[in-house]
Design a protein around this ligand. Structure first.
Ligand code: DHB
Length: 304
C-alpha cells in the first residue's frame, strides 16, 4: 500500500508535510502558489506588519559556509496590500499561513486578524526576527512579552496560531511553554541564528545591518536539537525548520518530533523541485520500513 504522507497542522489537513517557509518567495500570490504546484502542503508568506516597511539598506544577503546570512529588515507592503494576495491564494484553495510581526501585542493581533479575515488558514507569529531588535530581542526573548503577544492574538483570531521560535535565547523550551500556556496552537522551530560576516578588504561588516540571520544546512543540527528538546515538554504540534535540503533531513526532524517541516534556504539553492524530492523520499523511506502513516514516525527518536 502507498504510504500516506498527509499530516495536520493543528486543525488543518496538509496533503504533504513540506511547507514553504516565511520570507523565501515573498508575498505575491502567483509566486507563492508555485510552491504548492511543486508539492508543498502549505506556504508561509513573508512577514507582514501593519504598515509598509522599506527594510534595511543593502547588502542584504551574503553566502556563508553551508548557508546564507540575510538581513532584510522585514520589508513588506503592509497588511492591507498583503490581504489581497492572501485572498487570491485562498480563492485558489492554497493553504496559506500568514507570517505576521508587530511592535506590540496589539499590532500582532491587528495584523493577524486582518490576515485571517482575508483567508489565511493559520498565522505564524514572527517573534524571532534577528535583524530588527524590537521584535527578536524585546519581544521574542522576553517570556512575558511572548505570552502577552500570543494571548492578544488568540483573543482576536479563531484560526490556529503558531509561534516561530528563536534559537537566539537562553532557553527555547521556556519560551515555547509560555506560548503554549497562552494558547498557541503550535510552534515553528527554528528561525535563523544571529551571525555576521566581515569583509577583510574594507575591514567592515558585509551586511548593511551588520548582523543577519544564518539559515541553511549550517544550522540544521541546532534546529534538530531544538525540536528534540521541545518535543519532550510540549503537547502542541512542532513544525521543524532549519537547514532541511533532503528527505533524510526531513525524516530526522519527524523522528525528533516534528509533524511537518518547512523548507526555505533549500528552495533558494535547489529550486522548487525540492518539495517533490523530499515528499517522494519520505514516502519511499516509509514504504521500505512498512510505515503507513506519517504520524507513526513522529518522535520515534525518543523511544528507549
Ligand atoms: C529577517 C527576518 C527573519 O525572521 C529572519 O529569520 C531573517 C531576516 C529580516 O527581514 O531581516
Amino acid at each position: 500500500m502507498k504510504p500516506d504522507i498527509a499530516t495536520t497542522l493543528n486543525r488543518i489537513r496538509l496533503r504533504t508535510p513540506t511547507i514553504l517557509s516565511a520570507g523565501i518567495l515573498g508575498i505575491s500570490a502567483a509566486t507563492l502558489r508555485r510552491a504548492v504546484d511543486f508539492g508543498a502542503g502549505a506556504v508561509v508568506t513573508k512577514s507582514v506588519g501593519l504598515k509598509p516597511r522599506a527594510g534595511h539598506p543593502g547588502p542584504n544577503i551574503v553566502e556563508a559556509p553551508s548557508g546564507l546570512l540575510n538581513a532584510m529588515g522585514l520589508p513588506n507592503p503592509g497588511i492591507r496590500q498583503m490581504s489581497r494576495e492572501i485572498q487570491r491564494l485562498a480563492d485558489d484553495k492554497v493553504t496559506v499561513i500568514a507570517s505576521v510581526y508587530g511592535f506590540s501585542p496589539r499590532d500582532y493581533a491587528l495584523v493577524a486578524c486582518e490576515a485571517s479575515s482575508a483567508g489565511a488558514l493559520a498565522v505564524e507569529l514572527n517573534i524571532s526576527c534577528p535583524t530588527v531588535g524590537k521584535i527578536g530581542r524585546e519581544i521574542g526573548q522576553d517570556v512575558e512579552m511572548v505570552a502577552k503577544t500570543v494571548r492578544a492574538v488568540k483573543a482576536k483570531v479563531d484560526r490556529p496560531v503558531f509561534v516561530k521560535l528563536s534559537p537566539n535565547v537562553t532557553d527555547i523550551v521556556e519560551i515555547a511553554e509560555a506560548s503554549a500556556r497562552s494558547g498557541a496552537d503550535g510552534v515553528t522551530a527554528i528561525n535563523t541564528v544571529r551571525g555576521m560576516a566581515i569583509d577583510v578588504e574594507t575591514m567592515m561588516p558585509v551586511l548593511g545591518a551588520k548582523v543577519g540571520g544564518l539559515s541553511g544546512p549550517a544550522i540544521k543540527p541546532i534546529a534538530l536539537r531544538c525540536v528534540y528538546e521541545l518535543y519532550k515538554s510540549l503537547k502542541i504540534p512542532i513544525v521543524g525548520c532549519g537547514g532541511i535540503v533532503s528527505w533524510k533531513d526531513a525524516v530526522e526532524f519527524l523522528l525528533a518530533g516534528a509533524t511537518s517541516v518547512q523548507i526555505g534556504t533549500g528552495v533558494m539553492h535547489r529550486g522548487l523541485t525540492i518539495f517533490k524530492e523530499v515528499n517522494e523520499g519520505i514516502a519511499s523511506y516509509m514504504r521500505n520500513r512498512r510505515f503507513q502513516r506519517l504520524q507513526q514516525l513522529v518522535g520515534l527518536a525518543h523511544r528507549r
